[in-house]
Design a protein around this ligand. Structure first.
Ligand code: AMP
Length: 450
């Protein structure tokens, strides 16, 4: 299939040619025709799969070909979970709108509210936004959504995980009319809240699954190293920095303070590193991301803030200094490398505190992951093993003579064992003993392997 098969406007075709894209990616191939027919859509797609164009092209086509429902209201609204992602989508959108009659604006949290009010007064055709700030403007009547034709929710799972359901519902309700089309993208479709939300929002949606968050990214080599403690992790990191041939690298840490600490440490060693954390204000975040994407620094140290969607083509290495708490973030983090067909390396450091996350990732990827070793930096830590499930205490049958017959009766049946089970009212439930599945293993249920 070629882009020319979609029947896109020739202005869009010439931009695609200018960008040098030869053929549609799988998500574009599947989603563009469905969206162009006006259907609602729920789609899953892998990171870096080209899904931004899968919604920008039908949106542009719709605006070029259809009369607006309103002269003042925005026609297309694109919502994204983070400011960085929204900026990235906005950049791609602007390629198509710059030489057209359509105005596109970006409305993000953390930026000047009054400037945004003025921007909204200019009656843009496209709004790209994060949901919290946009909902604030909507509540205050700075714009209306009665004429909205197309609502696009990107990374819907993440928006819901971040607690934006209320704002998304408010936005949806403000634009709930018969002619509205909705396109919903999510890293995974196995997400109960996404499915419930899709049921509430979408009208007879078409469902498209392209790859899955579980599936392997062939261009990324994954390596795992056992570590004893923080010092050991740092020593391994220094080894990789000295021995790996990297263009740019992203190091993910578990906490904001580690982000700062590591970036300072690396800078003190003469490396070109910068920290990105949620504590910074928006303009500082923008500055850091702009600088890094232009190659001004070689290393970005960050938390999961930068794990999703960011399109940084020169990132050859991702290092999980700490494993992510949420399993699916692993796939998003490593997806920052190996973009658009280039190769990438993802190195993960697994210490005792990372063990559970590591096992969860292993389960999530549905494969058994092996450990590599660096000569001279081998770990004595070998992993944790699940504790044997504790035997539930048997309900003792009282033999105290003083106990009345009545009380003794209440302990019947004798010699039967009651185990803690799901609460089904007041009754204890008799169950067979269950062994714990690996995914049920909790932090406090582990013993170290000798
Ligand atoms: P996305 O998943 O939308 O973030 O896109 C990932 C990268 O793929 C971006 O750099 C896009 O510019 C690029 N891209 C999008 N569509 C195509 C295509 N059909 N062929 C080649 N690259 C593409």
């Amino acid at each position: 299939m070629q882009f020319s098969d979609f029947g896109l406007d020739k202005r869009l075709m010439s931009m695609i040619e200018h960008l040098g894209f030869e053929a549609p990616t799988e998500i574009q191939h599947k989603a563009i025709p469905v969206a162009m027919l006006g259907h609602d859509l729920i789609a899953s797609s892998k990171t870096g799969s080209g899904k931004t164009l899968a919604f920008i092209l039908p949106a542009m086509q719709r605006l070029m070909r259809n009369r607006p429902l309103s002269k003042r209201d925005p026609r297309v609204l694109i919502l994204m979970p983070t400011r960085e992602l929204a900026k990235q989508v906005f950049t791609q959108l602007r390629l198509f709108t710059t030489n057209s009659q359509f105005k596109a604006v970006l409305i993000l949290g953390g930026e000047n509210f009054n400037d945004q009010v003025k921007t909204l007064e200019k009656d843009p055709h496209f709004i790209v936004a994060t949901p919290g700030r946009l909902a604030d403007h909507l509540s205050q009547g700075h714009f209306y959504l009665n004429g909205l034709e197309l609502l696009i929710l990107d990374e819907a799972d993440r928006m819901l995980d971040l607690g934006f359901e209320k704002q998304l519902t408010q936005i949806n309700n403000a634009a709930d009319h018969r002619k509205r089309q909705t396109l919903m993208f999510s890293a995974t479709l196995d997400h109960a809240q996404v499915n419930d939300f899709a049921l509430a929002l979408l009208k007879k949606p078409k469902r498209i699954a392209v790859g899955s968050a579980h599936s392997e990214h062939k261009d990324i080599t994954k390596r795992f190293y056992l570590c004893d403690n923080l010092d050991h992790k740092q020593a391994l990191l220094e080894h990789f920095l000295a021995n790996e041939k990297y263009q740019q690298m992203i190091i993910f840490t578990a906490t904001r303070s580690d982000t700062e600490r590591l970036a300072t440490l690396l800078t003190a060693q003469g490396l070109s590193a910068v920290a990105l954390s949620g504590e910074l204000n928006q303009s500082q975040r923008n500055q850091i991301m702009d600088g890094f994407s232009k190659g001004q620094q070689k290393i970005l140290v960050t938390t999961d803030l930068a794990s999703r969607g960011l399109d940084l083509v020169n990132v050859s290495h991702v290092i999980n200094f700490d494993m992510p708490k949420h399993t699916e973030e692993f796939v998003h983090r490593i997806g920052r490398t190996g973009r658009a067909g280039s190769k990438g390396d993802a190195i993960s450091l697994v210490g005792p505190k990372d063990w559970i996350s590591f096992k969860n990732v292993e389960g999530f990827l549905q494969q058994s992951l092996e450990f590599d070793q660096v000569e001279g930096l081998k770990a004595s830590f070998k992993g944790l093993k699940p504790k044997k499930p504790k035997k539930a205490k048997s309900a003792k049958v009282t033999t105290n003579k003083k106990t009345s017959d009545k009380k003794a009766k209440s302990n019947k049946p004798k010699n039967k064992t009651f185990h803690i089970a799901k609460d089904v009212g007041d009754m204890p439930v008799m169950r067979r003993k269950a062994t714990l599945a690996p995914e049920q293993i909790e932090n406090n249920d582990i013993d170290e392997i000798e």
